[in-house]
Design a protein around this ligand. Structure first.
Ligand SMILES: *Cc1c(COP(=O)(O)O)cnc(C)c1O
Length: 433
């Protein structure tokens, strides 16, 4: 692979002037002004490479929250129906923009709860083990919360995680999992799996799985496919409906910039969500009921699920916590995921190019090199004095993320990071001994 070229038209260069020129010619450069950039000890904006952990605050967020505070003060209970954005249907304002972002129909996405809670709720519906088909297939390394959730679900059904949880990891001496290895387990033992649960983008290595291909492989074997998109949404383009994914869950505080502990999202394919004849069991609450009869309460004791993913909602949602997501979705919807992805590939490719200029014994990028197999994030194995490097980055006003014992994860985000950010980060790497 020629690491000097990101696309046919861009020839990377390690000169600072190249980074500055890329920034001045960047068609998305104005998006950075839509975010609050924290400042470092020297009063200058931080180089924030942590958007994969907690995205920056959109400047529009405060007004959306203030609107709901004002309506609460002004209208109290009437805010449910006569507020600026009535709270009774507040969750509906996300449908269209979120649907466009993940490639879903509006009735397939809803914002509710937090990620792990949604994973549990959807596993209640979509992990339906039988004596023959009871196993769950996951890939390694998996995020600990997902593993805890899955093991506890397995135990709830009186199976043993040691037997029922099958994990495909990278091969000896390799860093990322091979698609072919997942596919061959499915080919050989597909009829044992009730559920295949994969991360669209791996939190540790930054690897992007070919979700279309794996959805097809799961479907061939009659397995339900669930995706954890915590590191995928707002990072790579998604087409959940067309890929035939059964369900997906994600959070909104990473690339989605909706704030600490933001309300999460989920997707249920229309073939399950909008099919009244299909009796998908779900843990029910009043917000999942048909809104036309929701407030009849004790007059209608039988749950009537609304014919969409909204029927997985349990409680009435936290309006003040939902509000900031509107500001972030505005930005995504205006810029479009395809344009963001195009910049992202250039930006991450540039970081890879600069690291490739350094002596190969010092850093090893464990994220795949092909841009189709990675998003914003590069995970860099630091061979010498990793903790020292982390300190040098802090001193240079650069925020990254350190994972014991020797991996730093950095995510140049196309919404608010610049080519010059990447160049300055690489300067610190090059100086480090
Ligand atoms: C960030 C992340 C989570 C976080 O779970 P919460 O329920 O939001 O605390 C879970 N799984 C994955 C894969 C993640 O990346």
């Amino acid at each position: 692979m020629n690491t000097g070229t990101a696309t046919a038209s861009v020839q990377y260069s390690a000169d600072e002037s190249f980074a500055l020129r890329m920034d001045s010619e960047d068609p998305l450069r104005s998006l950075r002004d839509r975010f609050h950039i924290p400042t470092g000890a020297n009063g200058k904006p931080l180089i924030y490479l942590c958007g994969n952990s907690l995205g920056l605050m959109p400047k529009g967020a405060a007004a959306y929250v203030q609107q709901e505070l004002d309506d609460w003060a002004r209208l109290a209970v009437d805010g449910h129906f006569t507020g600026h954005t009535p709270w009774y249907s507040y969750h509906e304002v996300f449908r269209d923009k979120l649907g466009r972002l993940v490639g879903a129909r509006p009735n397939e996405v809803v914002v509710m709860n937090s990620l792990t809670v949604n994973l549990h709720l959807l596993m209640v519906s979509f992990y339906r083990p039988t004596k023959q088909r009871y196993k769950i297939l996951m890939e390694a390394p998996a995020f600990p919360s997902d593993t805890y959730a899955v093991k506890s679900q397995i135990r709830c059904h009186r199976f043993e995680p040691n037997d029922a949880l099958v994990i495909v990891g990278p091969r000896e001496g390799e860093e990322t999992v091979r698609l072919g290895d997942i596919e061959s387990i499915l080919e050989d033992h597909g009829d044992q799996f009730a559920l295949v649960l994969l991360a669209g983008v791996n939190f540790f290595t930054g690897q992007v799985l070919d979700m279309r291909r794996l959805a097809a492989a799961a479907k061939r074997e009659g397995c339900t496919l669930g995706l954890d998109l915590a590191h995928a949404i707002g990072n790579v383009p998604l087409a959940l409906h067309d890929w035939g994914v059964d369900f997906a869950v994600w959070c909104h505080y990473k690339y989605m910039n909706a704030g600490p502990g933001a309300v999460a999202g989920c997707f249920v394919h229309e073939k399950h969500a909008a099919n009244p004849d299909l009796d998908v069991p779900r843990l029910s609450g009043w917000w999942g009921n048909d809104p036309a009869t929701r407030f009849r309460m004790h007059l209608e004791p039988d749950f009537k699920p609304v014919a969409s993913v909204d029927s997985w909602q349990v409680s009435n949602p936290p309006i003040l916590s939902l509000a900031p997501l509107r500001a972030s979705l505005d930005v995504f919807d205006e810029s479009g995921m395809d344009r963001l992805r195009a910049k992202s590939e250039l930006l991450t490719g540039y970081l890879q190019f600069l690291i490739d200029q350094m002596p190969s014994n010092r850093y090893q990028v464990i994220t795949p090199k092909r841009s189709a197999e990675r998003g914003c994030q590069l995970s860099i194995l630091v061979n010498e004095n990793p903790r020292g490097l982390f300190k040098e980055l802090e001193e240079a006003g650069i925020k990254g993320d350190f994972r014991e014992p020797n991996v730093i994860r950095v995510a140049p985000v196309p919404l608010y990071n610049t080519f010059h950010d990447v160049w300055r980060f690489a300067q610190v790497l090059a100086r480090h001994r």
